[in-house]
Design a protein. Structure first.
Length: 577
């Protein structure tokens, strides 16, 4: 009887206790992975209000555009986040603010705090950002073999980069930002191309950021100089810009500069570390400084991203989307790896590869156009879009590049294909500066000049397709097309019926062919000049629209609202042609 009574008493007590957290369904807005962890794992609190950056595409000046995007994002975050920060701090929890996506990172929380946050109307959702996940796969490594004649690797020759060099373009004036496992910056093939190296000393402020705030055997916490604890980042950056000035010509754009951000700890990243690097690239800041002190003038022109954020690292289809779209709004070209989950169809499934705002790259051989078996395929089904991916392919099989600390190795992966395209964009923009920050037009040039490869696999219909995209990148064809397709639109804008010139007035040229927008403002005399990619355009001004054809290597002239007697622009235009 005593044993029976004891058993009954224990049953009553157990029934009176609250159910374990993981047995209850998660409240609305909370990712089940966050709820099941009971607050012990990191999470991102995504705010409902996100900055509208659409006006950025109408800002003519590249630096002004970057500064506007940075200021707009910061303004929205600093206006909307304080009430949440006070709530979280009042609960005794640490918190880190992000602005590139209006979000807060909590390394840990409590069930009560999660419930309270989820109830707030200013919170859109709470998603996972764990600090422990499956590491980046170790790249397959083969012994290093000598490159082709003059030290030029076969993959570099295959895409036509040496032919572009022969034209006098090597990526001059272009900066590539890489977020990866870090970089062995003193490697002979990288040091002279690091923006922080002036030939005699290094300045890492604004050129390097470590988003990993804990130490491991190879890198200290918050490393004050570039380090690479995995080798992956060093290898990818070597493909983009590497050249030791001697027998190792491993990079596509050897005159371009690079800066870096470490987003993975021994191959492990999280949404928080990826976002931290995206923020650094939009407005780099000094080591130990705050993102609020960033300088958009130091932003790279292109970022190369040979990583993905799968669900086991906390990402869902939308976690990083606003960050990639913010880079695009600022005119920064985001080039990303398709992933190594082939040959299955619909295997382009993880951020950032699945995003429309990113240029996604698959892998072919280093000297032939056979698609690598590991190269991820489309279509994109993870977000329900059915989007065609990848966009392009590039060499990604048995690629020789830099390896820490000062050697060379052969790796394979879409990780290796991606920097080929980032380097090609650097060549393209150094040869045709008018395309800089015009990402849609640049993509049009890259895709229209790619070596066409057709297939009907994976729900494809010829070209473009879900295996090769538009085909394999051809740097020489892209550069020569951009040079010869350069065109100029000149004109004068006046106020009807008086015919008085309109000064400081926005003029927008929209291309139905390449989908890009080109804009400028008029001078005191109402004059304007636009350098564009040849094709049809619709010119939009405050006084109306007109259509015209911009022909290659010619100048189109136009007058809008100007009386014949006030066409002061015509002699100027004829003189400048």
């Amino acid at each position: 009887m005593k044993r029976l009574l004891a058993t009954l008493w224990l049953t009553v007590v157990m029934l009176a206790l609250p159910l374990p957290l993981r047995s209850a369904p998660p409240p609305p807005k909370i990712d089940p992975r966050v709820w099941e962890a009971g607050g012990s794992a990191g999470c991102l609190v995504i705010l409902r209000e996100q900055a509208d950056l659409s006006a950025a595409y109408h800002i003519p000046d590249r630096l002004a555009r970057r500064r506007w995007v940075y200021a707009r994002l910061l303004s929205v975050a600093r206006r909307t986040q304080p009430p949440l920060i006070r709530l979280i701090a009042g609960d005794g929890m640490p918190v880190r603010s992000f602005y590139i996506v209006n979000a807060l990172y909590l390394p840990r929380s409590t069930p009560a705090l999660l419930r309270e946050l989820a109830r707030r109307p200013d919170v859109a959702r709470i998603v996972a950002s764990p600090e422990v996940a499956t590491p980046l796969p170790r790249p397959s490594t083969a012994p290093h073999t000598p490159g082709a004649a003059a030290g030029i690797e076969p993959n570099i020759a295959f895409i036509g980069a040496p032919d572009v060099w022969a034209l006098g373009y090597h990526g001059e004036g272009i900066v590539i930002g890489g977020q990866d496992t870090g970089y062995a910056w003193e490697h002979p093939a990288l040091r002279m191309h690091y923006r922080g190296w002036d030939g005699s000393q290094a300045v890492h402020d604004g050129n390097w950021h470590d988003a990993i705030h804990s130490a491991n055997a190879d890198c200290p916490a918050d490393s004050p100089q570039p380090c690479d604890d995995y080798g992956h980042g060093t290898h990818t950056m070597g493909i983009a810009v590497g050249d030791d000035g001697g027998t190792h010509r491993i990079g596509v754009a050897p005159a371009a500069q690079w800066i870096g951000c470490r987003n993975m700890n021994d191959g492990v990243g999280s949404p928080a570390t990826y976002l931290e690097c995206f923020e650094f690239f939009l407005a780099p800041y000094a080591i130990g400084a705050s993102p609020d002190d960033g300088d958009p003038a130091l932003a790279p022109d292109i970022t190369t991203n040979s990583w993905s954020c799968p669900p086991d690292e906390g990402c869902d289809a939308d976690t990083l989307r606003e960050a990639v779209e913010a880079e695009r709004a600022a005119g920064i070209f985001t080039v990303v790896a398709a992933g190594n989950s082939g040959p299955q169809c619909a295997s382009v499934a993880d951020p950032p590869a699945l995003y429309a705002a990113a240029l996604t790259i698959g892998a072919v051989g280093r000297s032939d156009d056979t698609l690598a078996s590991f190269s991820s395929r489309g279509p994109v089904t993870a977000d329900g879009s059915g989007r065609l991916k990848p966009d392009l392919t590039a060499p990604g099989v048995s690629i020789t590049s830099a390896s820490p600390p000062d050697t060379y190795a052969v790796h394979s992966g879409t990780s290796m294909a991606t920097p080929h395209v980032a380097g090609t964009v650097a060549l393209l923009w150094s040869a045709a500066p008018y395309l800089q920050a015009h990402l849609t037009a640049t993509t049009y040039v890259l895709t229209s000049t790619a070596v066409p490869i057709t297939t009907t696999d994976c729900s494809s219909d010829g070209r473009p397709n879900n295996l090769y995209g538009w085909g394999r990148i051809d740097a020489y064809a892209a550069v020569t097309e951009a040079i010869t397709a350069r065109s100029t639109i000149r004109g004068q804008l006046c106020q009807p019926p008086s015919g008085e010139p309109l000064s400081a007035t926005l003029v927008i040229a929209a291309s139905p062919q390449n989908g890009d927008l080109w804009s400028t403002t008029t001078s005191a005399e109402g004059l304007f000049t636009l350098t564009v990619l040849a094709g049809p355009y619709t010119l939009t001004t405050p006084i109306g629209e007109t259509s015209l054809e911009a022909r290659p290597e010619t100048t189109a002239t136009i007058s809008l609202g100007c009386a014949l007697t006030r066409r002061v622009w015509l002699p100027l235009l004829l003189r400048e042609r």
